[in-house]
Design a protein around this ligand. Sequence first.
Ligand SMILES: *Cc1c(COP(=O)(O)O)cnc(C)c1O
Length: 331
Amino acid sequence: MTPTPAPADLPTPDDVLAAAQVLRGTAHRTPVLTSRLTDAELGATVLVKAENLQRTGSFKFRGAFHTLSRLDDARRRAGVVTFSSGNHAQALALAARLLTIPATIVMPQDAPASKVAATRGYGARIVHYDRYTEDRAAIAADLAARDGLTLVPPYDHPHVIAGQGTAVLELLEDHGPLDALFVCLGGGGLLSGSLLAVQALSPGCAVFGVEPEAGDDGRQSLRAGRIVTIAQPRTLADGAATTHLGELTFPIIAGHAEDVLTVPDDALVGAMALFASRYKVVVEPTGALAFCGMRAAVAADPERFAGRRIGVTVSGGNVDLDRFAALVGPA
Ligand SMILES: *Cc1c(COP(=O)(O)O)cnc(C)c1O
């Protein structure tokens, strides 16, 4: 079992507030989408934080830019490396370019073409690996050791977590406290950062993580009281196809999340169509997780949520148009 980190190593609500200062003027303050139809259907007020409209198309830009901003000059000169299924890669590549830091990205061979092209377009060097047979973290660690690069992991880093928390911080600043909040869950960077933001601005809010049914390691971990590692899940929600929570994200989630819910892949496709037709936005499969989890939770217990103010993160919009069309199909 991994050792529990000392509380001093864990990011705090103040770290999220500080990250917001760093990101001001560089990250987009993304809009919050509403729909009277959704509110009427669910009997609640639903506020959707649209991080699909963030720079590089996902919230990952927040954690990446915040983390790189805190590197000293020597580390900036040497460069950074990361492993990612795509969105963290694009985010790190753009953040590195904005700060003139060389970036190397370890990416799966089967990553979506648009994500590979976008990452390369930002000037990053790409190293491919096989996601079913090779250990991406080990490959990145080797590169870091060999070339003196700083490893920027996609979720298990205090500055990454604090940066991701700024999305929900903005939601709470702009719309006030919430009764419930639903956040998609992969490795837990967004969820743990969101929990810190909620501690700062909406302490009474019940926060739910939502992960793909095929990759329910977060739910298993919460039940077991320790980090449970699963086999590489196969799910449409590629951005949340992680095998385990982090040593920093797990204690924050275990300590403060209300529960972790799971969503089947076919529900994600239906929500992508709903986002396009009702909210007029393109959402990638992973990006629809929280909305699907929210709808299922409200359907399962309408009284609990009746008349409540519910926040939902839409985490990303990076999906190739032909894949979007093939999934969603003609209306
Ligand atoms: C990375 C990512 C997630 C999962 O975030 P974690 O911080 O790993 O939990 C969810 N949605 C999208 C679009 C992502 O890029």
